[in-house]
Write a protein that binds this ligand. Structure first.
Ligand SMILES: Nc1ncnc2c1ncn2[C@@H]1O[C@H](COP(=O)(O)OP(=O)(O)OP(=O)(O)O)[C@@H](O)[C@H]1O
Length: 754
């Protein structure tokens, strides 16, 4: 025999069916024996070895004679043989039995199914090529579907400890319609694409399998319902594509797996002329061809690695989407006739089978969601804990009188619950008492300021203080009431502990419970204390904030009063020294600054300095002298102006003590500028041309002003120290008022006090 021309279509795929991850489709070829119609035909397909077949081998050429002499050229009337080698996972020849086919093909995928991989097996080939014989066989010679199920059940039987649930469905695609072969009454079923692209048959009933017998009877029943009609090529031609599916769910402790095995017997491709079909049969054939053509296109697209695979072109390809390009380990058994009569069909089948070898699938185990596993795990943990609990209970009940234990426990609960309550109430009272005391202290400090201030405010403050005192009294009284109750409870607790310690068996348990309660009470006390501290801190911070705001005003207000008193000659020695002490004390507070300490003095202060000289030169009187003076003033019948003039005049005599003589000063007020600004001071020339003192020789307090006419036209001026002095047109202060506080000063004083 001539060595064949080796035409390798596709690459060799030596992978076994159990390979995981990226796997190629496993393709097998089965050559059936010649049937009666084909007897005498030339064989076009034969086995070279287990994995290789030769198609249309080159025949030994008989010598070609022309005019009696042998010719070197071949007979041109004869067709050139293809002489092609095809290689597959395995090739079965005419003598192979279904058992052998099963052993080398689907027997191996049973293991994969039980590992959780989806698996599909489909028989492909022209009509009458032996697909149904291979897949279903006959009762005497069952096909690989039956054998696979037997093997599946056998392996499941050996899976001890596993909880296995099985279901089966059987459908056919006939004339592009999907039917449930196990429930033919349900009519045509629709295909539905779910999220993620998975195609499901809507309304398909999956029968739960309870026994192997039931599974086989379902298979047989489905086969009976399948559309079969005789054709010229095949007396029992299957006119539909049939899909038998077995669903397996496996559970073992935390392992939950799910797998689906699909056994697919396709209708055979056919040529109308070969099958001799007409009418309805012809229509069937057209639909079969249409769907197989779509299948061929999908195989080509998948083999070429194209992104778009035309699954939607037919119901068959939509159904096989998962098996062809999804998470599925798939094997194809291509059936061919060896007869030269089926040359084209067999050649096409081999070409498609070769293309199918290139199809790669990405497969993974179907392990159910983590959540479900977690639930299973939790259930396991709970079961374990329950077991431990019951064991412990058994141990305890052997050694300890449980009823007695519960009785003692109740005693502890009673005493300690009371203790908890009492401690909480006592601590709450203590907290309130402390907070009220603090509030009272704050109020008291305010009251001391208000002695000489606003009467109404003083009354309000006093009322607040009285209320706080009342509350304080209540808190203290209730605390006193609680003390004996607490002592009583403590006694009870100590007595109980003493009793417990005498119970030899129960003591460890009960003391543990007692300690737990003590710890709980301690924890609660700490929590209350923390809250209390936080409240105190908040109250204190609020008070200090208000105090510092008030203090910040005090230096300037105090200074103003000091200057005012001094200007009117009412500053006693004691007041002065207290003021100086206050200045010193405030000096320590960085945030507070006295006007005296600044070089830049406010305008009013400068004016007074200018008119009265430096602070240390001021007349200083004792408290007694001041009191005497007050008496004099109050009994003095002179009008205010004169009284003022007399008082401020240099001749005022306080019990023989003379006030320092006032310096005559002249002030020139620049008209365009505000009053009291840009003052020119001339000690030598005390009477400038533009300024005149009043002729009376009574200089008034401090100075006599003469403003320019423009400024004097609207000359009612308010003295910055509340003197309410009026500057008349001649430049004299018309109404100097001694020690009368104006509204502004009064307001500032009370604000500072508040
Ligand atoms: N390997 C084989 N050994 C013996 N007989 C076979 C073999 N394969 C097929 N046959 C016979 O060939 C005939 C046609 O086979 P089968 O019905 O399986 O073809 P098919 O491919 O399913 O055809 P169709 O597509 O029309 O249904 C049957 O009578 C069957 O018994």
């Amino acid at each position: 025999m001539a060595r064949p021309r080796v035409t390798m279509l596709g690459s060799r795929q030596p992978r076994g069916p159990n390979d995981a991850a990226n796997v190629n489709m496993n393709v097998y070829v089965r050559i059936r024996p010649l049937n009666t119609r084909e007897q005498g035909c030339r064989s076009i397909a034969s086995l070279i070895n287990e994995t290789t077949l030769i198609f249309d081998p080159k025949q030994d050429e008989e010598p070609f004679f022309f005019k009696g002499s042998a010719q070197k050229q071949r007979d041109i009337n004869r067709k050139v043989n293809k002489n092609m080698l095809f290689e597959f996972n395995r090739v079965f020849d005419e003598n192979s039995t279904n058992e052998e086919v099963f052993d080398s093909t689907t027997k191996n995928i049973v293991k994969s199914v039980l590992e959780g991989y989806n698996c599909s097996v489909f028989a492909y080939g022209a009509t009458g090529a032996g697909k149904t014989y291979t897949m279903l066989g006959s009762p005497d010679n069952p096909g690989i579907t039956y054998r696979t199920i037997v093997e599946l059940l056998r392996q499941i039987d050996s899976m001890t400890g596993w909880k296995i649930t099985m279901g089966a469905s059987y459908i056919e695609v006939y004339n592009e319609n999907v039917r449930d072969l196990l429930h033919p009454d349900t009519g045509m079923l629709q295909l539905r694409e779910e999220e993620g692209g998975r195609v499901v048959v809507a309304g398909l009933k999956v029968e739960t399998i309870r026994s192997s017998d039931q599974l086989f009877s379902l298979l047989a029943e489905g086969n009976r319902n399948r559309s079969q009609h005789p054709t010229d090529s095949n007396a029992e031609s299957s006119r539909s594509h049939a899909v038998f599916q077995v669903h397996v769910r496996m559970e073992y402790q935390t392992d939950v797996k799910y797998a689906k095995l699909s056994m697919i017997d396709l209708a055979g491709s056919e040529r109308g002329a070969a099958t001799g079909c007409k009418g309805l049969r012809f229509k069937e054939g057209s639909n079969i061809n249409k769907s197989l053509l779509a299948l061929g296109n999908c195989i080509n697209a998948l083999a070429d690695g194209l992104r778009h695979v035309p699954y939607r072109d037919s119901k068959l390809t939509r159904l096989l989407k998962d098996s062809l390009g999804g998470n599925c380990q798939t094997m194809m058994i291509a059936n061919v006739s060896p007869a030269s009569l089926a040359f084209e069909d067999s050649y096409n089948t081999l070409k498609y089978a070769t293309r199918a070898k290139s199809i790669k699938s990405k497969i993974s185990k179907n392990v159910l969601s983590e959540n479900l596993i977690s639930v299973v795990q939790y259930r396991k943990v709970v079961d374990e804990l329950k077991q431990r609990c019951s064991k412990l209970e058994a141990v305890v009940s052997n050694n300890v009188n449980v009823a007695n234990l519960q009785e003692w426990e109740q005693k502890i609960v009673a005493v300690m619950t009371e203790k908890k309550k009492l401690h909480k109430e006592m601590l709450t009272l203590q907290t309130e008492e402390r907070l009220t005391s603090l509030r009272l202290k704050h109020k008291g400090s305010v009251l001391s300021f208000q002695d000489s201030g606003d009467e109404q405010m003083s009354i309000r403050t006093q009322t607040g203080i009285d209320q706080l005192n009342g509350r304080l009294e209540t808190f203290r009284r209730r605390m006193e009431e609680y003390k004996p109750i607490l002592a009583q409870n403590l006694e009870k607790e100590e007595a109980l502990e003493k009793e417990i310690k005498q119970l030899t068996q129960l003591a460890p348990f009960l003391l543990h419970i007692l300690e737990r309660y003590r710890f709980e009470i301690l924890h609660e006390e700490k929590t209350i204390c923390l809250k209390h501290q936080s409240k105190i801190a908040q109250l204190q911070a609020k008070h200090e904030e208000r105090l510092s705001a008030a203090i910040s005003n005090f230096p300037s207000v105090l200074k103003e009063f000091y200057v005012l008193l001094r200007a009117h000659g009412h500053l006693t020695k004691d007041l002065d020294s207290r003021y100086q002490a206050a200045v010193k004390a405030f000096g320590g507070l960085k945030a507070v600054s006295f006007v005296d300490e600044n070089e830049e003095l406010p305008e009013h202060e400068r004016l007074l300095r200018l008119s009265m000289g430096p602070v240390h030169e001021k007349p200083v009187v004792t408290e007694e002298e001041m009191n005497n003076y007050k008496k004099t003033v109050t009994t003095n019948p002179l009008p205010l102006k004169e009284r003022s003039q007399n008082k401020i005049a240099s001749t005022i005599n306080f019990n023989g003590l003379k006030s320092a003589p006032l310096t005559k000063t002249s002030l020139k007020v620049t008209p365009s500028k505000p009053l009291f600004r840009n003052i020119s001071f001339n000690k030598e020339n005390s009477t400038p041309a533009s300024t005149k003192f009043p002729a009376s020789g009574t200089p008034g307090r401090g100075a006599v002003f003469k403003a320019q006419k423009q400024a004097n036209n609207n000359s009612v001026r308010t003295h910055p120290y509340g003197l309410n002095s009026r500057v008349n047109k001649s430049g004299c202060i018309s109404k100097p008022t001694p020690i009368r506080m104006n509204k502004l000063a009064a307001a500032r004083m009370s604000a500072a006090v508040r």
